[in-house]
Design a protein around this ligand. Structure first.
Ligand code: HEM
Length: 284
């Protein structure tokens, strides 16, 4: 046997023993994990489901249950992203923080601090993530989990609650003032956090006078300017500012021209109210 062959055989023997050591280590660590898991408190899906919000947020991930209530405010996303999974088998969310992208080893390391138990079925047996997800979906379908409500996204849920309370919804609005079958004012605006933005007239006319088409030298142009001022001054104001339109001098200058004119603050006010009564025209 020449020296090269000896060196080669020694190298192969070294690699083989290294591989054996690694696999023994892997085996014993997974066995250790299983033994550790047996020592963990058993937690059923029903118990898990009771901790489904910011006040107490438990999640089951790969068979273990974590109480991450204290971590929720520190998670690097909008709270809604992580709150959505509270009280649920969350392995899917954990393994796909974005589709196909699992959490980092650093995040994995953080989980340990929140470990409180292992997920079991009603007989006390450990449950696989897929089986747990299926059981929860079945429960929801059976109506046990108030399924229609549970399927609303947080944004839809907020809209529903605001609508039920009679509060204005943020969104894009359109409304009109019509007199004797003819549109005089057609207005459009957005509400953002209950305040006006993007205010504009889509139509502003009286009899044969189309105000939006007027030139500066037109006799009624000052009236048009006053109407523009109204919208400029309402920009960024809360919804309640439309009541100032009953006293248009609060929103537009040179109100003498206004009082003699054919367009009035209360028509604009009426168009705003019409828009609000119709509800959100489209979502931004
Ligand atoms: C199961 C529900 C969860 C979902 C859907 C979720 C989703 C996300 C998303 C969308 C990101 C940002 C995207 C990115 O980094 O590219 C993220 C990052 C992160 N999350 Fe979560 N998360 C969940 C649970 C958790 C839990 C329980 C922890 C820790 C206890 C955690 C720790 C982190 C950390 C440290 C990051 C920074 C990026 C990383 O290290 O992977 N997350 N998560």
């Amino acid at each position: 046997m020449n020296i090269n062959k000896i060196a080669y055989s020694a190298f192969i023997a070294f690699v083989a023993s290294l591989a054996t050591l690694v696999s023994i280590q892997a085996l014993s660590s997974s066995e250790r994990e299983a033994a550790d898991d047996d020592a963990l408190d058993p937690i059923t899906l029903d118990e898990l489901a009771e901790h489904d919000g910011a006040a107490s947020c438990w999640k089951a991930i790969h068979g273990r249950v974590y109480d991450i209530t204290d971590y929720v405010p520190d998670h690097p996303t909008d709270e809604a992203v992580i709150l959505e999974w509270c009280g649920r088998e969350s392995t899917e969310g954990w393994d796909n923080k974005r589709p196909g992208v699992p959490h980092s080893p650093r995040a994995e390391g953080m989980l340990e601090a929140y470990l409180i138990g292992r997920l079991v079925d009603e007989e006390g047996e450990s449950v696989e993530p897929e089986a747990a997800t299926q059981a929860q979906e079945d429960d929801a379908e059976a109506g046990e989990a108030d399924s229609d409500q549970a399927r609303l996204s947080p944004a839809e849920d907020e809209r529903l609650h605001r609508a039920l309370l009679g509060l204005p919804l943020d969104g894009h609005y359109r409304g009109v003032f019509i007199d004797r079958g003819v549109i005089q004012v057609n207005i459009t605006f957005d509400l953002e956090d209950g305040r006006f933005t993007e205010l504009a007239y889509r139509h502003l006319a009286y009899r044969d006078d189309d105000y939006l088409a007027m030139e500066e030298d037109d006799e009624l142009y000052p009236v048009m300017r006053q109407h523009r001022q109204i919208l400029e001054r309402l920009e960024g104001e809360p919804l309640t500012a439309i009541f100032a339109l009953y006293e248009p001098e609060r929103l537009a200058e040179d109100i003498d021209g206004y009082s003699g004119a054919t367009l009035r603050g209360n028509k604009v006010h009426s168009a705003f109210r019409d828009a609000l009564n119709r509800g959100v025209y489209s979502w931004p």
